[in-house]
Design a protein around this ligand. Sequence first.
Ligand code: 13P
Length: 273
Amino acid sequence: MRAGVRQLIAGNWKMNHGGTSGLELAEKCVAIARRAPAVDIVIAPPFTVLAAVAHECSAELGEPGPGANAVAIAGQNLHPGDSGAFTGEISGQMLRDAGCTWVIVGHSERRQLFGETDAQVAEKTRAALKAELAPIVCVGETLAERESGKTHEVVKRQVDAVLPALLSHGKTAVAIAYEPVWAIGTGKNAGPDEAEEIHAAIRDWLAVKSPELAAQIRILYGGSVKPSNAAELLAAPNVDGALIGGASLDAASFGEIARISAELASPRTTRPS
Ligand code: 13P
């Protein structure tokens, strides 16, 4: 948590809630956002419900008034091209047309299961920004890399690959999610000190090239974030939010994490709902 920086609480639904259950969950996320006006809430549903969820969220929100807080919608992936013969792929502009303002790029599941390289992640980050989509670029080491002392080297390589693209972000928001692969879906999270060490290192690397980017970018932690560990992780000085998988599929857990973040932002004014 950094003074004056709104935390970003993002839910990555992965390959879940692609039908009516997604609409129901989105409706609950609007209520969650309403109760946490000090926090930015982003949800990343699967492609099949993006447009419907975006419609649902803007209809639910109604007229923006005092305390109104929108739920922003993210794609989980994009193709770097604008259009063409790429069966099964989705472009940045298509995500925009569906109502997205954010997109997750380079998730470790895409890197590991679908062979995405650093170069492709950089290309996608550039394409996202071209479409005025705010990228959440995921980085993180595997267990083997951590155990062989390569965490900093691996994460720096991944950050360096997207740095030229991030430097051209203009007015579009940007975020990096540090998601140690060994912590994703395993129930084992990095401790706040472990997360802070890498988050601070990422910010330092960025600051060498651009102090402005280092100050502006939000660095999220991801990997088994849940209500029981959110407070200590979100309180770490260089943690600007969380990218949440499993716990974002349940409105009660996601809502509790958003509440914890809001409480850190304004400890005296935010009460449990
Ligand atoms: P879990 O929260 O289920 O560990 O997933 C983290 C993640 O991959 C978010 O992108």
